[in-house]
Design a binder for this molecule. Structure first.
Ligand code: FAD
Length: 389
């Protein structure tokens, strides 16, 4: 069994058995759990924490479907219907909001025009400055030349989605979620194919999915090193929205166009990178993807910067927050925003590939999304991974 130093022999009766066992109650683990229950399988989910507080609650809640490319675009589109269905069934908030890309220069508009031309009619609508202004609830169009509406994108509320989905899994027939239960090692079972040795005892299942996000290196250091997995740390803030502001869409800007694959594939992408490096080097220096979403309670989620480490640097640079805040205020055409929270998000990142899917041993598969799009592709990826069960 290729589990590095986490293999443990099973003796005695297991604490519990199920068809499927999921380690990690973030969105990747829960999407696998929810779709496995739908197949009529019994499912146990464990999480080492008392509630999920990983990447899945720290993000924008943006299913950024349109801006994906290739295999990831397919996974994102395939997951869309599941997001909407589980929002209804489990009772979490989801909106077919689309995304708004704000363009402030001719080069940004060129990228959007080329992107729209490459996609089916109706998926991307080019907007004039006045439409962008009105969608942002701004009073003027200063700094805005136009933009685009990406119709397929969805939004959920990141603070509440995984908690609600975990409760739904736990309440469903055949479902069980055990918090404060850490996976410590893996091996073969005596009753079922695979065993997970946890801080509460041994659990067995025919299929185990280890969905521990960026902490995959804690359990499988050699495999993680082979995939060059790093922790990407992101600085985020929340702020009170300017009075009366209701923005339905996830809002993206020029630096977003430098980060999401589908934008980077169009002919004008290189010109845009050069332009941003001249006009906003302070944003490129912090790896910014200047974007925001508005939660159902009206709060704005603002971000974000990107830095890459093996072990996350816990110290948040005030200067990074200030650069992002100034840029967000410009897009919103607002005065000073009143910050209400700051936090650090962490996700798994790899220059090798955006997906880390490894068979650890009989019936044990590690699954980590090694790019910042786990919300977007979670259900599509789970559907694909469960297809053979
Ligand atoms: C600031 C930020 C913004 C982002 N924005 C977006 C976005 O808008 N759209 C998008 O698609 N993606 C976004 N992402 C990426 C997305 O959030 C992640 O890809 C996704 O949440 C990863 O989900 P996960 O379930 O793998 O990890 P997590 O949500 O981190 O969950 C992993 C869980 O595993 C548990 N765990 C770890 N080790 C063990 C163990 N040994 N035993 C038991 N349990 C364990 C942890 O407690 C945790 O609850 C963003 C990420 C960040 C940080």
């Amino acid at each position: 069994m290729n589990t590095n130093n986490t293999t443990i022999e099973a003796t005695g009766e297991p604490l519990a058995t199920s068809d499927v066992l999921i380690v990690g109650a973030g969105i990747i683990g829960l999407a696998h759990a929810a779709l496995a229950l739908d197949k009529g399988l019994s499912v146990t989910v464990i999480d080492r924490d008392h509630l999920a507080v990983g990447a899945s609650v720290r993000n924008f809640g943006h299913a950024c479907i349109t801006a994906q490319s290739g295999e990831l675009y397919e996974l994102a589109q395939n997951g869309r219907k599941h997001w909407l269905a589980f929002a209804r069934r489990a009772g979490f908030w989801a909106a077919e909001s689309g995304a708004l890309v704000v363009a402030g220069t001719r080069t940004e508009l060129a990228v959007l025009r080329e992107f729209a031309a490459a996609r089916p009619p109706g998926q991307i609508t080019l907007l004039d400055a006045e439409s962008v202004r009105s969608r942002l609830g701004r009073e003027d169009t200063a700094g805005i030349l136009g933009g685009a509406f990406l119709a397929d994108d969805l939004r959920v509320d990141p603070r509440t989605t995984v908690g609600t989905l975990a409760a739904w899994v736990d309440a469903g027939p055949g479902g069980r979620v055990m918090f404060n239960t850490a996976a410590l090692g893996f091996g073969s079972g005596t009753r079922r194919t695979a065993a997970v040795h946890t801080s509460r005892g041994r659990l067995e299942a025919d299929q185990v999915f280890v969905c521990v996000g960026h902490d995959v290196d804690y359990l499988f250091p050699e495999l993680a090193a082979g995939h060059k997995i790093k922790r990407c740390t992101l600085q985020m803030t929340s702020a009170q929205a300017p009075a009366g502001t209701r923005i339905a869409e996830a809002v993206l800007t020029a630096t977003s166009m430098l980060r999401y694959a589908a934008f980077t594939e169009v002919p004008s992408a290189e010109a845009l990178r050069n332009e941003v490096s001249q006009q906003a080097p302070e944003l490129l220096e912090i790896g910014a993807n200047l974007m925001f979403t508005q939660r159902p309670d009206g709060t704005l989620l603002l971000g974000d910067s990107h830095a890459y480490h093996a072990t996350a640097d816990p110290f948040l640079a005030e200067d990074t927050t200030n650069r992002l805040l100034r840029a967000a205020q410009e897009v919103l055409g607002a005065g000073d925003l009143h910050l209400t929270e700051r936090w650090q998000g962490i996700y798994a990142s790899s220059e090798v590939a955006p997906l880390f899917i490894k068979d650890i041993g009989p019936g044990i598969t590690a699954v980590s999304v090694t790019a910042g799009i786990g919300m977007t592709i979670s259900f599509g990826l789970a559907e694909r991974n469960l297809a053979s069960l």
